[in-house]
Ligand binder design. Structure first.
Ligand code: HAM
Length: 422
């Protein structure tokens, strides 16, 4: 019996790990630069958290959640996104009492039952950042500039930042009304999804992938902003300019989750095709209250790791190999104790060492050393050891020399250091 992966999931391994490590390192690096601390929430949460948090009328809740009843009859879901769980944890652990602002980041798998295609999986991974407590556009500018710095840290260049403001609960009703009036005249031209959303989620008609021309000509949210929202948006744009962050404005950017207000943003990459959003986020000033906490304004974003990797590959970003074998230790005859000692000594110095555990012939051992790309091989042989020497072979040049066994590890360490940074 053979088993296969569940559709829309992948095994992450091999050379690809170099991209994963690069992305994780860049995430941790910028988190440290801006003072964000990590939070690891459970992968499984109450279904209601997402119904309330993400919104009952969203595609995520309507069609895409992995929801089931556990053996205790509780309705649970695999998390489709990270923000609602972080907010849940924020409230549950009384972080509210610890003063503001608070800055959190996370990395991990998310689950959405979508139709798999390039850049779209059912289990995918996000790195996300959330900033709690500030209503100021300085917070918006911080997370957007952090995101841009993180993408550059990953080696990416060919992306663009797109922003929009969808207003607040004060000004959005008049905008929605204008949209309804506009779309009332176009209802027979729009797709079936949009016909349904006309009553449930009118903003989403704007990012329909089918009726683009109709959406392009639709009223713009930025023309309906109240004075506070207008000022907020203008200040954000000013700060982004000060930070030398290029951006485009797109009135059709509304995002697929219900919790946003005011600033929404996305980063799109030119190498990706249909699913070109490598990151998305926005302000969610009402979500903490919606989920039972006090009023705490917040803003954040998440980037999709698999899409970041596609983007890096399309730009030809080179990443370090996941493992560099510095030294291979071959041994022949009754010398295994010395071989073990040498291996341990080298590992204590911080080198990556592979010692033959297959007890194969020397020829087979050297073949293996080549296959794993070892930089040096130390050959420990009976005859040599009787003379207190071992053989050190440079795998790149093929050069071999006998060295005094007592100085072998120091010499090997120095030779590796000449080749690469350890
Ligand atoms: P989102 O736009 O739904 O936002 O997802 C963020 C990113 O996750 C997307 O830009 C994309 O790169 C990636 N992504 C989403 N779905 C898939 C999929 N099926 N396969 C591969 N990658 C995918 C959120 O999740 C919000 N929680 C972001 C946020 C944080 N807003 C405020 N704070």
């Amino acid at each position: 019996m053979k088993y296969s992966r569940i559709k829309g999931t992948v095994d992450i391994m091999g050379e690809d790990l170099g991209y994963w490590y690069t992305i994780e390192n860049a995430t941790r690096k910028v988190a440290k630069l801006y003072g964000y601390s990590e939070i690891r929430t459970p992968i499984i949460e109450p279904t209601e958290l997402f119904v309330r948090g993400v919104g009952n009328e969203t595609d995520i809740v309507q069609k895409e959640m992995y929801s089931f009843q556990d053996k205790g009859g509780r309705n649970v879901s695999l998390r489709p996104e990270g923000t609602a769980p972080v907010v849940r944890a924020f409230i549950e652990n009384s972080l509210v009492n610890k003063g503001f602002p608070q800055r959190l980041f996370y990395m991990g798998p998310m689950f959405r039952y979508e139709r798999p295609q390039k850049g779209r999986q059912r289990q995918f991974h996000q790195v996300g950042f959330e900033l709690f407590g500030s209503e100021s556009p300085l917070a918006d500018a911080e997370v957007i500039s952090l995101l841009v710095r993180m993408l550059r840290e990953m080696g990416l260049m060919n992306f663009k930042v797109v922003i929009n403001s969808i207003g607040c609960e004060k000004c959005r009703p008049s905008y929605k009304k204008a949209l309804k009036e506009y779309y009332a005249d176009h209802l027979d031209e729009v797709c079936d999804d949009c016909k349904r959303r006309y009553n449930t989620n009118i903003l989403r008609l704007l990012d329909c992938k089918v009726d683009i021309e109709i959406a392009k000509a639709a009223p713009k949210s930025t023309d309906y902003l109240c004075d506070e929202c207008k000022d907020h948006y203008n200040r954000l744009k000013r700060y982004l300019k000060v930070l030398s962050i290029e951006f485009e404005e797109d009135h059709r950017l509304v995002r697929g989750l219900d919790y946003y207000n005011r600033t929404v943003f996305e980063v799109r990459h030119e190498g990706l095709g249909g699913q070109d959003a490598i990151a998305g986020g926005g302000r969610y000033d009402g979500l903490i209250e919606e989920l039972g906490g006090p009023h705490v304004p917040a803003i954040g974003f998440a980037a999709g790791v698999e899409r970041l990797i596609l983007a890096m590959k399309s730009e030809g970003v080179e990443v370090p190999p996941p493992i560099v074998h510095h030294v291979y230790i071959a041994h022949i005859g009754d010398v295994v104790e010395k071989a073990l000692e040498i291996a341990e000594d080298l590992r204590r110095k911080g080198l990556t060492v592979d010692l033959d555990v297959m007890e194969r012939s020397l020829r087979a051992q050297l073949k293996h050393a080549n296959r794993i790309g070892a930089l040096l091989t130390v050959i420990v042989g009976e005859n040599e050891l009787e003379r207190d020497v071992v053989v050190v072979r440079d795998m790149e040049t093929g050069e071999q020399s006998e060295v005094d066994v007592d100085f072998a590890t120091d010499l090997v360490f120095d030779k590796i250091r000449e080749k690469i940074q350890v």
